[in-house]
Design a protein around this ligand. Structure first.
Ligand SMILES: [Zn+2]
Length: 341
């Protein structure tokens, strides 16, 4: 076998019932499970990778050494790494001696390097090159998608809406010029999302009626809006969107060939809804929001109140809790940040 075989698929992580998109990278001695962000979740010996026998046209499955279940529809790639096919190639490789081994090691390293460094660099470049107009189009399409699927018109009184708008504005006016987007706040009744707020890449923010009615304390509203503004200003949404596109689409996007690709992204308005930010993004948005709401004169510790109150209020699977998991560690990190700032 030459270099590394990549098998795209899905993994049910061990000790969690979570299903993630990922890929197995199989080299001649070692194999690794990477998640969709290119992070290594597990490394193990190539000899420990055994796929179940093929059953008709069903997906191929392998149980990894830590109990993670990996499945893929890429039967060709699986065939490439099966022992029988491998045996001949490996013994050939051995007759070529150590030099070929180094070539193989180098190709494995090369593929890892692309996963680890090239993809984030391309994502960063694509974010930097995204024109304001494209952000606004993504916002408008996502709002239309929400209105066609999950949202009802708001039932909040005009007075309460204007109070919340004032909070929003008191936060956005503090943002430096270069962080400025086309900020706008949209009220929607979205029973399916519980108390929630959604930040779109162009600066449109959607806030659910439940958030405003469940939390009458303006400090809490400011804390949540500040957190969401952190996601916008730091481009977490676009980053997440581009990460999900893959290298080929990114290269085309950066090269300016956005026609059909753009259409695909926009038709998939739902993609915005499925954003689940990385822990690093959540921590960063927490800290951004704490600083911002503090500067605007609100009590930043209200973010803790929000997280502590949420589990009772948030029964829905698609609610805030599903995209913003609030662990004890997260609350401790917020307390620590408040103490040291
Ligand atoms: Zn968040």
């Amino acid at each position: 076998m030459v270099g590394v075989v990549e098998i795209k698929g899905r993994a049910f992580l061990a000790r969690s019932s979570r299903l993630i998109d990922g890929a197995l990278l199989v080299g001649d001695r070692t194999a690794a499970l990477l998640d969709a962000d290119g992070e290594t979740r597990l490394e193990f010996a190539r000899s420990d990778l055994k796929f179940d026998l093929p059953l008709g046209s069903a997906d191929r499955r392998a149980t990894l050494p830590d109990g993670t279940l990996f499945e893929t529809s890429d039967r060709v790639a699986v065939a490439l790494v099966q022992d029988d096919d491998l045996g001949g190639a490996l013994s050939n490789a051995e007759t070529f001696g150590p030099r070929l081994a180094w070539v193989i090691v180098a190709s494995v390293a090369g593929v890892f390097a692309i996963w680890k460094f090239a993809l984030p660099a391309l994502v960063w470049l694509a974010v930097a090159l995204t024109p304001e107009a494209l952000r606004d189009t993504i916002d408008a399409t996502s709002l239309r998608f929400l209105d066609a699927t999950l949202s009802e018109p708001t039932q909040l009184s005009a007075m309460r809406q204007s109070e919340v708008k004032d909070i929003f504005q008191s936060l956005t006016t503090l943002l430096p010029e270069e962080k400025n987007r086309d900020f706008s706040l949209h009220f929607r009744d979205m029973p399916g999302l519980g108390p929630n707020a959604l930040a779109l890449p162009g600066g449109a923010m959607v806030i659910t009626d439940a958030l405003v009615t469940d939390f009458t304390d303006n400090d809490v509203i400011a804390a949540v809006l500040g957190h969401e503004l952190g996601h916008v200003v730091e481009d977490h949404g676009l980053t997440q969107l581009y990460r999900s596109l893959g290298i080929y689409v990114l290269v085309a996007l950066i090269a300016g060939d956005t026609g059909p690709i753009l259409e695909d992204i926009l038709l998939e308005g739902g993609v915005i809804m499925s954003f689940s930010f990385s822990r690093a993004h959540e921590t960063s948005a927490d800290q951004f929001g704490l600083r911002l709401s503090d500067q605007a004169g609100y009590d930043p510790s209200a973010l803790i109140t929000f997280f502590e109150t949420l589990p009772d209020a948030d029964q829905s699977e698609s609610g805030w809790g599903s995209t913003h998991p609030a662990s004890g560690a997260r609350i401790e990190a917020i307390e620590e940040f408040l103490r040291s700032n």
